[in-house]
Design a protein. Structure first.
Length: 335
């Protein structure tokens, strides 16, 4: 079978396309999945560059994938051959709050191996069934970005109609976060890097947009749009260069959900003690979160926004496109 891996953690250029033997016989509780699609996240660039806890023996790329069940162990009764499934991101976090123990630290593609392999053998608990309306490509968009957006919106507190949510950018978490926030009846303000992207976000459902290239002090613009109050929930994807502004855009008693590190790790947050904002970092989410997300998407007919499809062999090209920041929505690899 084909795999895409790095042995040196030297970034995109260190990726090598290899042929390997398929996984061996199933043990109790295991399922064999024929992978059909994967999607890219910014953390994949960090993993390939050695910035995450990658395995010493090298890393198979990408964390998010979906496929078809090819074989099940005799003791697995709730999953059948032919089922369409997506793999969970936090393989050991089944439900409840996140805990700093080994169970909740088993994330796919650092420290575990990734999904860029034509077959995978996993525990049955690492799979969720896809609803009929989602394709393999759409299902592959959800394990990290979709669950992150869902958990950021409602994992810590209920998101109620009329609340105001601030989102950044136009990638997977941002577009899925917008689609989901509108299901809750929220007002959504988004910042992005061009008027064209802001227009596309409004077409997708954003109530107001701000071009942060022309309005660098966008936190003040957010305050103006909310009558000086600020937003109830700010989902911060930028990291070092945005988190202080996100806090400044959030109402007293509101919540900041740090999600991404596009501009690096924050060093200090000068306003953390004066803003009276709850800060709840998002570590993607549990299998229960994933299943709740899928139920909501199936009921409301929500489908993730996919920017471009690439073939298996085009993974390096797809990652460079991700690195460029030009995508709108998710980038998918078709197997």
């Amino acid at each position: 079978m084909k795999t895409f891996r790095t042995d040196t953690y030297g970034g995109i250029d260190s990726l090598i396309l290899q042929h390997a033997e398929p996984p061996g016989a199933l043990a109790a509780g295991q399922v064999r999945v024929g992978m059909r699609a994967a999607s890219l996240n910014y953390r994949d660039l960090m993993a390939l560059a050695g910035q995450l806890r990658g395995p010493k023996e090298g890393l198979i790329a990408l964390s998010d994938g979906a496929g078809e069940v090819l074989e099940v162990a005799p003791d697995v009764t709730h999953i059948a051959v032919g089922d369409r499934v997506a793999l969970t991101f936090n393989t050991g976090w089944l439900g409840g709050p996140w805990r700093p123990d080994p169970t909740c630290l088993t994330t796919r593609c650092c420290p575990l191996q990734g999904v860029m392999q034509e077959q995978m053998v996993v525990q049955h608990s690492e799979l969720v069934l896809l609803p009929e309306q989602l394709s393999f490509a759409e299902g592959a968009c959800l394990p990290c970005a979709g669950v992150t957006a869902w958990h950021a919106l409602c994992g810590e507190r209920p998101l109620l109609p009329g609340m105001v949510v601030l989102l950044q950018g136009a990638g997977g978490v941002a577009t899925l976060g917008l689609q989901l926030a509108k299901l809750f009846g929220a007002r959504v303000i988004m910042i992005s890097s061009s008027d064209e992207r802001c227009q596309r976000l409004r077409a997708l459902g954003a109530d107001e947009t701000i071009n942060y290239k022309t309005v660098p002090e966008w936190q003040a613009a957010v305050r103006d749009l909310t009558g000086g109050r600020g937003v109830d929930l700010a989902i911060d994807l930028g990291g070092a260069e945005t988190i202080d502004r996100s806090i400044a855009a959030t109402a007293m008693g509101g919540r900041l959900a740090p999600v991404g590190l596009v501009t690096g790790w924050p060093n200090t947050v000068s306003s953390i003690f004066t803003a009276s904002v709850d800060i709840t970092p998002v570590r993607v989410g549990s299998r229960d979160d994933f299943q709740n997300l899928l139920r909501a998407m199936a009921f409301h007919g929500v489908q993730p926004v996919i920017d471009r499809h690439f073939s298996f062999e085009q993974l390096p090209e797809a990652l460079r496109y991700l690195e460029s920041g030009k995508h709108f929505g998710k980038i998918v690899i078709d197997f």
